[in-house]
Design a protein around this ligand. Structure first.
Ligand code: ARG
Length: 455
């Protein structure tokens, strides 16, 4: 029998039953659904709708159902519409008539919103841990690789030399913002819709604050219309995950490039590459490509729910059932992806020699211009002069350090031999002590701060 069968003389069309049926995905809410119901029985007791015996019978029944789910024994029936009706159906089988008292004053509209908020709590905790693991792997590599210097790029053209650790730590800060955003979203989600009923609240005389606090919520949502239809908390998680996804995608993209034969800055542990079915030599960076690819669906899930929400009349509408699949998919995607990336980063083999070999003197052109500035040439002129020097060196097939001193003196007459000291990548990097720069002291300070995050 349907929860709402009373006014009907006919069976629901079978095709509609299947369209309407959300149990296949929302059954993952089984635990929080039962926890919410246990809290609700206490509320009903307090309001005088249940005797002490009825409460203990209901709580016992709900606990027994929890055991069935835990043990994988719960039988979902073809007729079960969603997790709420499945649990109630089972409770009725176990307890008979008294089970029918559980739903007093409650609607699936406030129930599902409560379930989702509870569900998100443990999911977010897991996510936070997974982000931390990835940060830890990046920090571990940054500690080991502090001496390695590689070309830094803008526009994917060699720009200025940087420390390998500096490259690694940038992702730690991005991930930290992701973590913060997710925990702020979780904090905002921690309010209780329970008792909002279908849309207008309930008339039991129950004070739902106690149910809210029994479930670990801060307090109830002050407006019942908002309570049953608000999905901002899911949108926020999806948005945060989409941003996180773009970070992971960009990290992956750099590493895909750096692991090519042409760059060769890193080697991937073979456990994190896969072969080709036709080309025997291939070891493809599939893990990284999937990280890049999955960002597409993370963004897609956000857009899916935004489009679903846009234009909905206020209060509950069945469209809201469409919130679960994007949410679950985003969470599952991140749970699958983050641990792989953490392990991949942890086992990354940086190739210091290849990094060094890729360093071209042109990376020091800005330092050269700065030198001329210190000798009195206005920066604009110095920039132009070094640009010409680069072009001339390129034409002659030599590097900047091979241009003779009299050439440089032609640019600014008080140049001397000390100019050549500047053709030292380590020195260049060390000069970048300001602005969150790549000098050793700055990178070590970053490392310190980053390690504190993990404590
Ligand atoms: N399965 C539904 C959902 O996920 C539960 C709420 C159903 N409410 C209703 N009025 N039919 O949104």
């Amino acid at each position: 029998m349907k929860l709402w069968g009373g006014r009907y003389e006919v069976e629901t069309d079978n095709a509609l039953h299947h369209l309407n049926r959300s149990i296949l995905f929302d059954q993952r809410l089984w635990k929080v659904d039962l926890e919410g119901s246990i809290a609700w029985t206490r509320e009903l007791r307090q309001a005088g709708y249940l005797s002490a015996e009825e409460v203990s019978a209901l709580v016992e029944g709900l606990r027994a159902i929890m055991k069935e789910w835990e043990g994988g024994e719960f039988q979902v029936r073809e007729s079960d519409e969603d997790i709420h009706s499945a649990n109630e159906r089972r409770l009725t089988e176990l307890l008979g008539e008294v089970a029918g008292k559980l739903h007093t004053g409650r609607s699936r509209n406030d129930q599902v919103a409560t379930d989702e908020r509870l569900f998100l709590r443990t999911e977010v905790e897991q996510l936070q841990g997974e982000i931390r693991q990835l940060q830890a792997a990046l920090i571990g590599q940054a500690e080991e690789g502090i001496d390695l210097i590689l070309p830094g790029y803008t526009h994917l053209q060699q720009a200025q030399p940087i420390r390998w650790s500096h490259w690694l730590l940038q992702w730690v800060w991005m991930l930290e913002r992701d973590r913060e955003r997710i925990s702020q979203a979780a904090r905002r989600a921690n309010l209780s819709p329970l008792g909002a009923g279908a849309l207008a609240g309930h008339s039991l005389g129950a004070d739902c604050e106690s149910a809210a606090s029994a479930l670990g919520f801060e307090h109830i949502i002050p407006n019942s219309l908002d309570a049953v239809s608000d999905r901002d908390f899911i949108l926020e998680i999806l948005a945060d995950a989409a941003i996180l996804g773009t970070h992971l995608s960009r990290l992956a993209e750099d590493l895909i490039l750096y692991s090519t034969r042409e760059f060769g800055f890193v080697r991937l542990d073979p456990r994190f590459t896969t072969g080709s079915s036709i080309m025997p030599q291939k070891a493809n960076p599939d893990a990284l490509e999937l990280a890049r690819g999955k960002s597409g669906r993370l963004i897609g899930n956000l857009v899916t729910l935004l489009v679903t929400m846009k234009g909905l009349p206020s209060s509950y509408n069945k469209d809201l059932q469409e919130d679960k699949e994007p949410l679950l998919d985003t969470l599952d995607t991140l749970h699958a992806l983050l641990p792989v990336l953490a392990a991949l980063i942890g086992t990354l083999q940086p190739q210091g020699e290849r990094m060094r070999a890729a360093l071209d003197d042109a990376l020091l052109a800005t330092d050269l211009a700065d030198y001329l500035v210190r000798r009195g040439l206005p920066f604009r002129q110095a920039h132009h002069a070094v640009g010409q020097a680069v072009a001339i060196a390129e034409k002659q097939g030599i590097s900047l350090r091979e241009l003779p001193l009299d050439y440089y003196q032609g640019l600014q007459e008080n140049c001397d031999e000390t100019l050549y000291e500047l053709f030292d990548f380590e020195r260049s990097v060390e000069g970048k002590s300001g602005g969150g720069g790549t000098g050793r002291a700055g990178v070590l300070a970053q490392l310190e701060a980053a390690k504190k995050l993990l404590e």
